[in-house]
Design a protein around this ligand. Structure first.
Ligand code: SF4
Length: 168
């Protein structure tokens, strides 16, 4: 990625103010929960409705969104790492969706630069398959009941998708 591309990315993020996180409470597997709590994330940051997720404030922002930035960036959950890609599960197939530029402004720039798209797509596949592998079937059905209308399907990968690096 060129310096110019990175500067354009930063500019878009600053203009948006980090609102790609709004109303998107990231699901938290037991594995991720243990990691976050061990890193000092308070236990009252989580909520549970069919699955565990990070709480959202009254205005729709994540409890860790602060001044346009993620305050737990280095340990953020899998779906936060995967953005602007998201997923659905159909049997043993993970369907990968890309959010529309209207709700995730960086998408236009990603589509312009195939190397950047490929890099983020690879990270998304790894993060999403890590999350899926660490959730129960009940949690996954509850997560997949949430509609994500402004998205387009871009790929399908096997549920048992494996990479050489299992860290997320
Ligand atoms: S954890 Fe960070 S990246 Fe994820 S939704 Fe919250 S503020 Fe956004």
């Amino acid at each position: 990625m060129t310096q110019d591309w990175l500067i354009r990315t930063e500019t878009i993020c600053m203009q948006c103010g980090g609102h790609c996180c709004d109303e998107a409470p990231p699901p938290i597997s037991e594995h991720c929960y243990q990691q976050l709590v061990a890193e000092g994330v308070p236990e009252d940051s989580f909520e549970q409705k069919g699955y565990r997720f990070l709480k959202t404030r009254g205005d729709g922002t994540c409890v860790f969104w602060n001044g346009g930035k993620c305050s737990i960036y280095s340990i953020k959950p899998e779906t936060c790492r995967a953005g602007p890609f998201t997923f659905d599960l159909k049997g043993d197939v993970i369907e990968i969706f890309l959010k529309f530029e209207t709700i995730y402004p960086i998408v236009g720039l990603l589509k312009e630069v195939p190397a950047a798209y490929e890099q983020q797509f690879t990270l998304a596949k790894k993060s999403i398959s890590h999350l899926v592998a660490n959730l129960t079937d009940e949690e996954l059905s509850a997560i997949c009941r949430t509609e994500e209308p402004e998205t387009e399907k871009v790929a399908e990968i096997p549920r048992e998708y494996r990479t050489h690096d299992h860290r997320h």
